[in-house]
Write a protein that binds this ligand. Structure first.
Ligand code: PLP
Length: 374
């Protein structure tokens, strides 16, 4: 049996008529950039979050740095985040010419550890950038408290957790901006690149709208800006898919529960945990081998048995060759949890369209390796 890592084409086939209808509508409308379909999707996305504004942009990375720039974050300013995230979180800080400050992650959730943040704050600190890694929210209540005390912006990197919730808080409720990616592999993904900023702040909405469109609010009138818009064809795909996101996230939760129930007695790896009261939407189901030297053998074993397991992210940002490429960066305190996560992580196949047979095959092979592992 072969178990793929993604189910994009299956997902397309399952709701083909809904996607095709929206794409057809865009194609026939003659409006492909900043047209009515984008407008409609932005309203739907804002409503889904229970927030005032959503602004479609070119990708999730742009969503982050456009938000930073719109908030006035720039040279000399420090933004605190983690190194065990996708590279783009730090890259966006550097695109804004700010300084990336890295603190350790929580060993249970792999999201930023709020207890490490205050020691990293300096008079130059402007923002906290928690990443809702793998589909589970960071501890936003603790993060908000620190931000209030030190008067900092909070920008949520929500590329991986659309539809997740915390214990008594929603995504967006405790921050200035939520930045989302719609690249195909995300829980809500289009057939290519896309992103959005979601916010309750009128000033941020206005600034990001202006910046994404060549600094323009009115035809022929410009200030300095960029070109980073979500195309209407992508908005049409996303509008069709948004109606299914909760049901798809529920399926991810179902497959995760099956993995967890059957793998819980493994001797050589630990399983992801859901913080009580949270809704984890399992963008990724990431296990960690107990020892770093076990990771590649397990990955190899699964791959050789037809299971497309992967690693997210095996080389933490500060471990990348050439780091920090002349950009401003600082590691605040030891970061053993982020480094352990990078060294030991393996992502098992996780997408809504998995079949019970595929999930059981992954379980069987993972346990087979576990029995024989040194
Ligand atoms: C945590 C995180 N931040 C930012 C991004 C950047 O999004 P994009 O690839 O759409 O630029 C991604 C995904 O790719 C991500 O996983």
């Amino acid at each position: 049996m072969k178990v793929p890592f993604y189910g994009h084409v299956k997902q397309y086939h399952n709701i083909k008529s809904e996607i095709d209808k929206n794409m057809h509508e865009v194609l026939e409308s003659g409006n492909y950039v900043m047209g009515p379909m984008l407008n409609r999707f932005e309203q739907e996305l804002a409503a889904y979050h229970g927030m005032k504004h959503a602004i479609g942009v070119g990708n999730g990375t742009d969503a982050l740095w456009l938000s930073f720039i719109a908030l006035g974050i720039g040279p000399g300013d420090e933004c605190i985040t983690t190194t065990n995230t996708f590279f783009a979180t730090a890259e966006a800080i550097w695109v804004a010419n700010a300084t990336a400050v890295f603190v350790d992650s929580d060993p249970k959730t792999n999201c930023i550890d709020p207890t490490r943040i205050e020691a990293a704050i300096t008079p130059k600190t402007k923002a906290l950038v928690p990443v809702h890694l793998y589909g589970q929210c960071a501890d936003m209540k603790a993060i908000r408290k620190i931000a209030d005390k030190h008067k900092l912006f909070v920008i949520e990197d929500n590329a991986q957790a659309i539809g997740a919730r915390g214990d008594g808080f929603k995504i967006g409720e405790l921050s200035d901006a939520v930045c989302t990616s719609f690249i195909i592999q995300k829980n809500l993904g289009t057939f290519g690149d896309g992103g959005a900023v979601v916010t309750n702040r009128d000033d941020l909405d206005k600034a990001v709208r202006r910046l994404r469109n060549h600094g323009s609010e009115k035809r022929s009138c410009h200030s300095m800006g960029f070109n980073s818009r979500l195309d209407d064809l992508h908005a049409g795909v996303l509008s069709a898919k948004l109606k299914h996101i909760d049901e798809w996230n529920d399926l991810r939760r179902k497959w995760s529960a099956r993995y967890t129930a059957c793998l819980k007695d493994g001797r050589n790896f630990t399983l992801p945990t859901e913080t009580p009261g949270y809704r984890h939407i399992f963008h990724l189901y990431v296990i960690e081998t107990k020892r770093p030297e076990q990771r590649d053998p397990l990955l190899d074993f699964l791959n050789k048995n037809g299971i497309d397991a992967k690693c997210h992210y095996p080389i933490a940002i500060h471990q990348q060759e050439g780091y920090p490429w002349g950009k401003q960066a600082r590691i605040a305190g030891p970061i053993p949890n982020s480094e352990r996560n990078a060294a030991c992580c393996i992502s098992l196949p996780m997408f809504p369209e998995l079949t019970p047979e595929e999930v059981d095959f992954v379980i069987e092979k993972t346990l087979e390796w576990d029995r024989t592992a040194a």
